[in-house]
Ligand binder design. Structure first.
Ligand code: ADP
Length: 406
């Protein structure tokens, strides 16, 4: 069995997933959190199929521990203990490689990259563009390298898939020299998900990826839209940072940049305050007081006017991006919804694509309402554009890309 461990590290936590690359099945998943706080917490879960038959219950097997976890290195020891205690044994199934999610690869990284000291220096240097994420990703890499010194480590970048954008799509219309000097341009994010889902969509339709023009709508807590032509990202809604574009759980998405200046001048808010406002207190949370689309919908159903407006702004923006990408691509074969909201929220999907029959987009209301964890078509059989729901799997995509270079 050839296994890959996928690590997604934040500043005070990391998530991991062990994947069997022969079957592409997940063998274990876990979270180590509250690193550096007095009370750390670790959860390790193995899917029911991998639990020895005598121990089987209806639920996956989960073990939890509360203990101090001073740093990421200690966190990896906790993870190793969990594998030893609950399986699968990493001694019996040695890792083929470890794939690390890295948020920002700038212009330099456009493919999965084996991690060397130079690569780490570059990731560190790109922290200028992703101050919250890249240093945290690097902490995870360093700790994982200590825990597994003899296993190849590979970085898979969230921005990489969008490195195919043309200058017309990635350039902001500001002073060119200033933009160049400070690397101000659109990079795009969620690339691993957009790549995975666009490939799955082609497989679902049984058509060559190279022939398809696609729109992928990744609607999770963070949300982004991507236009994909022949398997290449040609336009995407996130920008220099993951703040641009769609309305999100707590992020504003697109906004007149003069709003920032106005707020600064009128209220004396600092740029750090405005950063917090736009990234953490805006979007659905800012407008409706809840960042979870389920809460927004239930409040709206109960007559909460603010929640109704928040929903309307969310889908209005989404529809605008669909229209933009229809125009940019000229012809669209398939539109795919993915991530928490995209996979589960029939009302969002219905509202975002309503009234687009003239563009050949016809949803089947019954198919749209069906609940499933499988990839499925929700458009009518006579819809010119296929509309699909496809569960994303960023961990599997990171593992696949990791295997492609080891
Ligand atoms: P992340 O961006 O954190 O990876 P996910 O892709 O898991 O997020 O999406 C999480 C979001 O999905 C939740 O905040 C919630 O708004 C939304 N969501 C999950 N289930 C549903 C549902 N049944 N209906 C509407 N929204 C849902």
């Amino acid at each position: 069995m050839s296994t890959v461990l996928v690590v997604n590290s934040g500043s005070s936590s990391f998530k991991y997933q062990l994947i069997d690359m022969d079957t592409e099945q997940m063998l274990a998943t876990g979270l180590v959190e509250r690193i550096g706080e007095s009370a750390g917490h670790a959860v390790h879960t193995i899917p029911e199929d991998d639990v020895p038959s005598a121990d089987r219950t209806d639920a996956p097997q989960t073990s939890e521990r509360d203990l101090p976890i001073p740093d990421h290195t200690a966190g990896f020891r906790v993870m190793l203990d969990a594998f030893e205690a609950n399986g699968p044994s990493l001694t019996r199934h040695p890792l083929r490689a470890i794939g690390h999610r890295v948020v920002h690869g700038g212009k330099r990284f456009f493919e999965p990259t084996p991690i060397t000291n130079l690569v780490k220096i570059n990731i560190e240097e790109l922290a200028e563009l992703a101050p919250l994420h890249n240093p945290a990703n690097l902490q995870g890499i360093e700790a994982a390298q200590k825990a597994f010194p003899d296993v190849p480590h590979v970085a898979v970048f969230d921005t990489a898939f969008h490195q195919t954008l043309a200058p017309a799509a990635y350039s902001y219309a500001i002073d060119a020299a200033l933009a160049e000097k400070h690397r101000v341009r659109k990079y795009g994010f969620h690339g691993t998900s957009h790549k995975f889902v666009s490939e799955e969509a082609a497989a679902f339709l049984g058509r060559p990826l190279a022939d398809l023009n696609q729109i992928v709508l990744h609607l999770g807590n963070g949300a982004s839209a991507t236009a994909v032509s022949g398997g290449r990202s040609v336009e995407t809604s996130m920008g220099l940072t993951p703040l641009e574009g769609l309305v999100m759980g707590t992020r504003s998405g697109d906004i007149d940049p003069a709003v920032l200046i106005h707020l600064h001048r009128r209220t004396g808010m600092s740029f750090d305050d405005i950063d917090t406002l736009l990234n953490r207190k805006s979007g659905l949370l800012g407008m409706a007081g809840a960042n979870d689309m389920r809460d927004v919908l239930s409040r709206s159903a109960a007559g909460d006017e603010k929640a109704t407006v928040a929903f309307d702004v969310y889908v209005h923006r989404l529809k605008g991006y669909v229209g933009n990408y229809l125009a940019q691509l000229g012809r669209v074969d398939v539109i795919t919804f993915t991530a928490g909201v995209g996979e589960n929220s029939a009302p969002v999907r219905a509202a975002a694509l309503s009234g687009l029959e003239a563009f050949g987009i016809r949803l089947d209301p019954e198919r749209n309402e069906e609940k499933s964890r499988e990839a499925r078509r929700i458009s009518t059989d006579d819809s010119d554009v296929a509309v699909l729901v496809i569960p994303t799997n960023e961990e599997l995509e990171i593992a696949r890309q990791t295997m492609s270079v080891v």
